[in-house]
Each structure stands twice: as C-alpha cells, then as structure tokens.
Design a protein around this ligand. Structure first.
Ligand SMILES: Nc1ncnc2c1ncn2[C@@H]1O[C@H](COP(=O)(O)OP(=O)(O)OP(=O)(O)O)[C@@H](O)[C@H]1O
Ligand SMILES: [Mg+2]
Length: 312
C-alpha cells in the first residue's frame, strides 16, 4: 500500500525571481519540478496543489489594460483561468517526465471550488493585495465605482486588497478522492481554490483569494493524506530567520510551532501560513507535515533534511 501525500508547490517551482513569466520559462521550471515529484510515485499517491499569486496578478493587469474593449472577469473566474493554465502546464510536465523514465500514470487537473463563510470576518477586513498599481486619483475613482478597497502599498502606489477567508470545504472533494483511489495523480485546489459561498442553496463565486497553504491543509484532511508536504524556497524552517543567530529546525511539535509562531518567527505573508497549515493538518489528523525545498525532497522523505511538524 502506497502512502498518500498532498504536495504543495511554491511560487519558485513555477517562476524564478527576476525571470520573465513567459510560458516557456514556466514550462522549463515546471519540468524541473516534475522530476522531483515523479521520484515519489513508487512510494506515494500524490495530489499536487500550487499557488497562483503572480499569474492572477498578471491577468488582472491584462484586464485593466484591455478593459475598454473586453469586460474584465471577477477574481473567482480569474482563479479558474489560472487553475486551467497552471494545471495544464504541471500535468504536461509530469506526463513528459513520466515518459522520460519509462513510467505510465494518469494525471488530471481538477478545477476546484472551495466553500468559504460569507460571514467570515475577512470580508470586513480585506488584506491581500492583488493586481496592478494605481495612482491615488484612479484609486479613489475605483473605490467609488466598484466598491473596491484600495490601499497605499509601501510607497509603490495604490493597490486593491481583497479578503482572504478561511477555506471550509472542497466542493469537488469526492471527485478528487475517486480519482486518487483509481491511481490518478491529481492537481487540485490551485491558487488556494476558487472561493465560493453558499447562498439560497446555490454556489456563488466571491471576489476573494484563499491562501494556498491553508487550502492544502484542508485538501490533505479531506483526502485523508498520510503526509502534507510543503515545498518552498528553503530547505528548513528557521528560528530568527535571516539573522546571525538563525537556527534550523529539524523536528518540532505543534505546541512548539504555536509558541514560535506567537514569538514572531514566522511572518504572515510567507512562512506563517505554512506553519498554520501544518498545525491545522497535524493536530486534526495526528499525521505529519514536512516543509522543505523540492531539490532535496528525496533526502527529506528519508528523514535526512527538511523540517517536520509532529503532534505533541
Ligand atoms: N522562519 C523562517 N524560516 C524559513 N523561511 C522563512 C522564515 N520566515 C520567512 N521565510 C521565508 O519564507 C519563504 C517561503 O514563503 P513564500 O510565501 O515566499 O513561498 P511559497 O509560498 O513557497 O511561494 P509563493 O508564496 O511565492 O507561492 C522562504 O523562502 C523564506 O524566504
Ligand atoms: Mg506563499
């Protein structure tokens, strides 16, 4: 019996810093990513999740420039667009890699909606910056016209912020489980999933974004994963990250993780959501979470590197 892993791939698996986000570059990076993931398949059934921040951002810029000719889509539809484009690129990269090593396996990307609560406090306090920068004048106009919340972004201009509500349930979870049971590698909950609310017994997309690490923890819980693997830009999680006395963590309990989180070791926009996702998954399942860099995934799965979060 293989173990079941949910593997979240970070932005650096798709785009490298400073590199132009062309389809060619993305495919080049993803073909590298595919090698590391395909290495797992003898031991693990795999579901892959991914971010979409830069890709949705670029779509929003394109829509802004073309808005007089083509009506812009709302963000939930943009999310679906990037699940399609990234899902295609990831699936193709993995298929090609499987072929290259003489293996055969089905792989499929699932357009994934995730239910959020329309009364989630996040809707009263949008915090996640998305899309193009505006001048103050444009910002004021858009606030009036569209009811957006637009804030000054660290001296770089004005930028729309959207809510980041908590993911509660995956609409397509049974389809995802069915595929996995039938040995299909699944790509799901891309970009944190498409946020939808339930209103009058109907699903309805909302203008928000779900954090991909939180969505990955939810997926891992819903498919009964044995391990949640978060691949990111660092081999290990650190205390005092980036400081002279930084200290790498090999294995920590959820109690320690909570304490370190409270002490401010894991910032909100980067390592924080990963640690929160780890705590969420590990506490409710008793299974473990591994955070590492994909280039050392093999070693990390053997227990030789990476940071493990265990219940305790
Ligand atoms: N305590 C810490 N230990 C390790 N890395 C940390 C810590 N605090 C912040 N970081 C940073 O957090 C980064 C990972 O979070 P980040 O959100 O940038 O990546 P990601 O979620 O994998 O990708 P993306 O958000 O671009 O999709 C690391 O690459 C590192 O630079
Ligand atoms: Mg991130």
């Amino acid at each position: 019996m293989k173990k079941l892993a949910v593997v979240a791939i970070g932005g650096n698996a798709v785009n490298r810093p400073g590199e132009k986000p062309t389809a060619e570059n993305m495919l080049k990076n993803l073909s590298e990513t595919a090698k590391y993931i395909v290495n797992m398949i003898d031991e693990y059934d795999v579901a892959i999740t991914h971010g979409n921040g830069p890709q949705v951002g670029n779509l929003l810029v394109q829509q802004e420039i073309a808005k007089d000719k083509i009506p812009p889509f709302p963000i939930d539809v943009n999310d679906a667009q990037t699940q399609g484009s990234l899902g295609y690129m990831i699936a193709q990269s993995i298929r090609n890699q499987l072929k290259a090593i003489g293996k055969d396996m089905e792989i499929s990307a699932v357009v994934t909606q995730i239910i959020v609560d329309k009364n989630d406090p996040a809707f009263q306090n949008p915090t996640k910056p998305v899309g193009p920068f505006y001048t103050e004048e444009e910002a004021k106009m858009l606030e009036k016209e569209k009811g957006w919340k637009i804030v000054e972004d660290a001296g770089r201009g004005w930028r729309r912020v959207v809510p980041s509500p908590k993911p509660l349930d995956i609409v397509e979870k049974d389809v995802i489980k069915l595929l996995m049971k039938n040995d299909v590698m699944v790509i799901a909950a891309g970009g944190g999933g498409i946020p939808v609310i339930v209103e009058d017994n109907k699903l309805k997309g909302v203008e928000a974004v779900i954090d991909k690490d939180r969505a990955s923890a939810l997926l891992a819980k819903e498919v009964d994963a044995d391990i949640l693997i978060i691949l990111t830009g660092v081999e290990k999680v650190y205390l005092n990250f980036g400081k002279e006395d930084q200290k790498a963590l090999d294995k920590i309990t959820t109690t320690e993780a909570k304490k370190f989180l409270q002490e401010g070791h894991f910032p909100k926009g980067s390592m924080g959501p990963k640690i929160e996702a780890a705590i969420d998954f590990v506490e409710s399942t008793g299974k473990e979470c591994l955070i590492t860099d994909m280039s050392v995934l093999d070693k990390a799965l053997r227990g030789e590197t990476g940071t493990r979060i265990i219940k305790g």
